[in-house]
Ligand binder design. Structure first.
Ligand code: Z57
Length: 809
């Protein structure tokens, strides 16, 4: 057992006294005079001030980890921090006494959309786990004025609205004026020489002030409070176009201000693929340079200018290639500002930096034109160029495939800076996010590097915060679990194993079913309130919630639903298990195909839900604006977890883990972390279908896949579904789906929807048929939870700490 929580309130009475005082302190009024929003704000401010006090009293010790990420999808924090401080029950009871249920206050909290999807949420889970494990962990990211757009649905279409998340203020953040730093863009590099010594300076260009906003990260047990530092861009006084200002050209002066502020105005809404805007490059450099300046300033205060030891005391982790400039920028600061020798600076960078890759999709690998890069960051670029030059010069030319290896691994190629190669060359460690994904990196995506430096490569299978996604999200099940095996699982997720014997305990299974039903009712109510769609809670809840992307194949799910629809109508003896299909997720604004799939789902929902011939057997709901907060309502209600990307495309997936932990059974391909879920739960407790990675590769290599063959082989069934995309069947809401049909039949079905269709539909039918045996189903569901402890991000972070960051060496 771990030591007891560091409680911030000793009792309900203590909480009530402090809360009433805080109303005066933070809102200048008594509790009774405040509205719910203000009451929330005061409570959050009180907890935030406690968190800051804990940190001030006991700063975490040991090696500093800096997790650099352009995205931290932190979600609502209050409920999680109450749990971590061990005062959730006290506060709940106190709020009831006040006549304002805690849930009502929690529903007032903003859900900061400072990330797109899996990558950003992973960073937030890692922050939670570092604090829980007492690791001295720091987040370094961007404070976007507007987070990911809000999604509303109009006539079935996704419409994007601005996310003004700071409207009511953000009680968790503290602006730190005294920690602001200057970041320089553009200008020219000038060479200076004196007494045979020479050095360079970057002259002119724009000076931007990066101002940090700090968010405390409360670890489970409340003993460790770490810091998430988010940067905001402002014009530096030195450079706020004073000439224009003094000359009275206020418009010009203000334009400069807004150009600078633009750097931290918006989050780019792409989850993978699509790059190219120069503003994005500015964002990347701003948070990298500001973060590194802060790190070196802190280090120098503590250790003096012993730069050669930086890697012993500091680990810099780069989440994907977005912070890839860390290597050359660290060298620039060390060489230009600290007088470190070039070779030593490179060694220090490599010892300190590590890199996680999150995708093997070639179109998602980040590249920037050399000209753009050099014009914006002339001095930093010189370090890239020099490292690239030395890399080519010292390349092992004796290998017979050296030209091919060099072509694969050089940083500069075809007029572009290849950010993945930049990341690998400046890192001592490169990891993938699931066993399958790391294997593909080694064998394909980064195989040149794997041949040259296999020792750099390692796997770190993703994980999730089990405290948030089970403890906070699923209170009815969490309570059942704690009543059965104690609450040790909150600190050690492996204790969930203790549930295994209860998978054969009839009364436990009944309690599980009750908890699941309560969660299904909660979700059904939310869906009815937000969309008007009524779901029958006796139906199976079959859930696919994630970003919209062709490779994730929401379209395959739609094909299955249309197939059920057609068969129910044409064959009265066909009796599928009544099922409610729940979808949720956003598509990038510019991703036309993904947005059309969203419109298709809403059109199918319209047709199915209003057709009395089928709507007692199938229903379809699209939950708008998927975000951490709505995710926490959806996962606990799910019974089937759809993880149906084509094998070899999804690096890991993390909703698969969240759903498994909440007792949903996976219907999935052998892709990403599904492979590991399968190993852990066993084939009896998961449903796998479809081509394997190798089969997909072979099929693609053969050039023999022909979508029209699949269409013609079964005109009445599969062919009919394709036809329905354009024959008016689904056109009532806002028209037909020509472009989706063309993706399948003209672009030859790149994502193998028609190829995996039968395998998928049969797997679904077999899985849902087994739902009738409630005991067997619930047994399987409970075993999924019991075996999900491995997917706690606590385990993942322990592995990073041991193998990559070398904490405690
Ligand atoms: C992103 O969310 C992911 C990969 C990317 O290259 C970018 Br950009 C954003 C996702 C992967 O698609 C998931 O498979 C993975 O689970 C997640 O990152 C976290 O590793």
């Amino acid at each position: 057992m771990t030591a007891k929580n560091n409680r911030i309130f000793q009792s309900k009475e203590d909480f009530l006294t402090q809360y009433r005082d805080a109303c005066e302190t933070f809102a200048g009024k008594g509790f009774e005079e405040l509205n719910d929003q203000e009451r929330y704000y005061v409570l959050a401010s009180l907890v935030a001030s406690k968190a800051k006090n804990v940190r001030a009293a006991a700063r975490p010790e040991g090696k500093e980890v800096y997790y650099f990420s352009l995205e931290f999808l932190i979600g609502p924090l209050l409920d999680n921090y109450l749990l971590n401080f061990g005062v959730r029950d006290i506060v709940e009871e106190g709020c009831n006494d006040l006549g304002t249920p805690l849930d009502r206050l929690l529903s007032q909290e903003v859900d900061p959309g400072l990330g797109n999807g899996g990558l950003g949420r992973l960073a937030a889970c890692f922050m939670d786990s570092m604090a829980a494990l007492g690791i001295n962990g720091n987040g370094n990211g961007m404070r976007y004025r507007y987070g990911l757009f809000k999604q509303v649905i109009k006539e079935g279409r996704q419409v994007e609205k601005m996310d003004n998340w700071l409207e009511h203020g953000f009680p968790w953040e503290t602006r730190k004026n005294e920690s602001a730093v200057i970041v320089q863009f553009g200008g020219n590099v000038v060479r200076h020489e004196e007494n045979g010594r020479y050095w360079f300076t970057q002259e002119g260009g724009d000076l931007v002030k990066a101002v940090p906003y700090d968010v405390p990260i409360v670890g489970y047990g409340g003993k460790t409070v770490n810091n998430l530092r988010l940067w905001s861009a402002e014009p530096a006084e030195e450079n706020f176009d004073l000439d224009a200002f003094n000359a009275g050209d206020y418009a010009k002066a203000m334009k400069f201000r807004s150009d600078v502020e633009a750097i931290s105005q918006i989050l780019y809404p792409n989850d993978s693929g699509e790059h190219g805007r120069i503003l994005r490059l500015k964002q990347e450099y701003l948070f990298v340079s500001a973060g590194l300046q802060t790190i070196l300033r802190t280090y120098e205060k503590k250790f003096g200018p012993k730069w050669e030891d930086l890697g012993k005391h500091v680990a810099i982790h780069t989440n994907d290639t977005h912070p890839a400039m860390c290597g050359p920028e660290l060298m620039r600061i060390l060489v230009d500002d600290k007088g470190v020798d070039f070779d030593l600076a490179f060694k220090i960078a490599q010892e300190t930096i590590s890199y996680t890759n999150h995708t093997v999709m070639p179109e998602a690998l980040e590249k920037w034109p050399i000209n753009t890069f050099r014009a914006l960051l002339p001095r930093t670029y010189m370090f890239i160029e020099e490292i690239d030059r030395r890399y080519r010069e010292s390349f092992p030319h004796d290998r017979d495939n050296w030209q091919d290896l060099l072509a694969q691994t050089a940083i500069l190629w075809d007029g572009q800076v290849r950010m993945a190669n930049l990341s690998v060359i400046f890192s001592h460690s490169v990891n993938g996010v699931s066993a399958l994904h790391t294997g593909i990196l080694e064998a394909e995506t980064l195989h040149g590097f794997y041949e040259l430096t296999p020792e750099k490569f390692n796997n770190k299978t993703n994980g999730i915060s089990h405290r948030r996604f089970l403890g906070n999200a699923n209170p009815s099940y969490a309570r059942l679990i704690s009543n059965t095996i104690g609450d040790g699982w909150l600190s050690d997720a492996n204790e969930l194993k203790k549930l295994e014997p209860y998978a054969d305990d009839a009364s436990f299974l009944e309690e599980f079913e009750k908890a699941k039903l309560e969660n299904k009712r909660r979700l059904a109510k939310y869906i009815a309130d937000t969309t008007g769609v009524e779901l029958d809670t006796s139906m199976v809840f079959d859930v696919q919630v994630k970003r919209f992307h062709a490779y994730k194949r929401q379209l395959l799910n739609v094909f299955k639903i249309l197939d059920l629809y057609n068969r129910i109508i044409s064959d009265s003896s066909f009796q599928p298990r009544p099922t409610a299909f729940v979808f949720s997720g956003k598509a990038a604004q510019s991703y036309t195909f993904a947005k059309e799939v969203i419109r298709l789902i809403n059109s199918v929902a319209e047709v199915v839900n209003s057709d009395a011939r089928v709507n007692d057997k199938i229903r379809v709901a699209f939950v708008p604006n998927f975000a951490v907060s709505s995710a926490q309502l959806i996962y606990p209600a799910a019974e089937i977890s759809e993880q149906i990307s084509w094998a070899g495309s999804e690096a890991s997936g993390t909703s698969n883990m969240k759903l498994m932990m909440n007792g949903a059974i996976t219907l999935g391909t052998y892709d990403g972390a599904n492979v590991e879920i399968c190993k852990l739960v066993g084939e009896d407790n998961i449903k796998i279908f479809g081509l394997r990675t190798e089969e997909v590769e072979n099929l693609r290599a053969s050039g023999k896949y022909w979508a029209w063959d699949a269409y013609n082989a079964d005109r009445p069934r599969l062919g009919r579904i394709v036809d329905e995309l354009t024959d008016g069947t689904l056109a009532h809401l806002s028209g037909n789906f020509e472009s989706i049909r063309d993706e399948l039949m003209v672009n030859n079905d790149h994502d193998l929807v028609l190829k995996d269709f039968y395998s998928y539909v049969s797997a679904w039918e077999e899985l849902t048929a087994s739902y009738a045996d409630r005991k067997a189903w619930n047994r399987s569901a409970v075993l999924n939870t019991a075996r999900s402890g491995y997917f706690s991000s606590d385990r993942t972070i322990r592995e990073y700490a041991n193998d990559i960051w070398h904490i405690g060496d």
